[in-house]
Design a protein. Structure first.
Ligand SMILES: C[S@@+](CC[C@H](N)C(=O)[O-])C[C@H]1O[C@@H](n2cnc3c(N)ncnc32)[C@H](O)[C@@H]1O
Length: 216
């Protein structure tokens, strides 16, 4: 496996990929979390998904163990597994590869075709969760603040979406520091979503075209 694409990209963007054996060793350090369907992972310089792809594979193995016998539950929990994977990447070709790699893993697992609702819903989720942007500045490529979508599974085929600003989420630690002006505020007062959506089905997600921070 090539760990670099070009010397220039190493110089310009520090682009050196982590070898798979090391990724697996690192993921084993948090093995329990990687095998939990709804644990959330954010990789702030995700490249083409060297960490996110095996994380998704581990989550899907957990889906198979827990829901393998029910097609309905298996499909919805597999989508939830995908919904819990997040990445930010500066380079357009890398983020496109990352989205494609993640979609391929899900599609292979569920034997999906490109016309299936679940395939389109997953592509929509990936366009939101895998952000083309600058993780240091917390800005998407169009310079809008990066938003993070919190997905939840409500059961019976419905998903909840709430959007948060990444700079607000990452600022929470300092907000709640003991000597902060805001230390007397409850977390709920800071942890307010920028937007909350009504519950959505896979079909709703498949046909959704309202975007947010989903720079292509
Ligand atoms: C060292 S590589 C790691 C890729 C992947 N995480 C891995 O371990 O294989 C760093 C990646 O971060 C991206 N990158 C560099 N600066 C970035 C920034 N400010 N925001 C987001 N991504 C960035 C590069 O384009 C590159 O894909």
């Amino acid at each position: 496996m090539n760990l670099i694409k070009s010397k220039q990209r190493v110089v310009d963007h520090g682009e050196v990929f982590t070898p798979p054996w090391l990724v697996e060793k690192m993921l084993d350090l948090v093995k329990g979390e990687t095998e939990r369907i709804d644990s959330r992972f954010l990789e702030p310089a995700c490249g083409s998904g060297n960490f996110l792809v095996p994380i998704l594979q581990r989550k899907l193995a957990a889906v198979e163990l827990k829901f393998g016998k029910s097609d309905f539950e298996k499909h919805h929990h597999a989508l939830l597994a995908l919904m819990c994977c997040y990445g930010i990447e500066l380079l357009a070709d890398n983020i496109a590869e990352c989205r494609a790699n993640m979609l391929e893993v899900l599609a292979d697992y569920l034997a999906l075709g490109a016309d299936d609702d679940l395939y389109c819903a997953a592509a929509h989720v990936l366009s939101l969760n895998l952000v083309h942007g600058d993780a240091m500045r917390m800005r998407a490529i169009d310079d809008a603040p990066i938003c993070v979508v919190e997905w939840g599974y409500l059961g019976k085929g419905k998903f909840q979406r709430r959007d948060f600003r990444l700079d607000v989420l990452t600022g929470m630690a300092s907000f709640s520091a003991e000597d902060s002006l805001f230390s007397t505020l409850g977390k709920h007062e800071i942890f307010t979503p920028a937007k909350t959506f009504p519950p959505m089905s896979v079909h709703d997600l498949a046909t959704a075209n309202y975007g947010m921070g989903a720079s292509a």
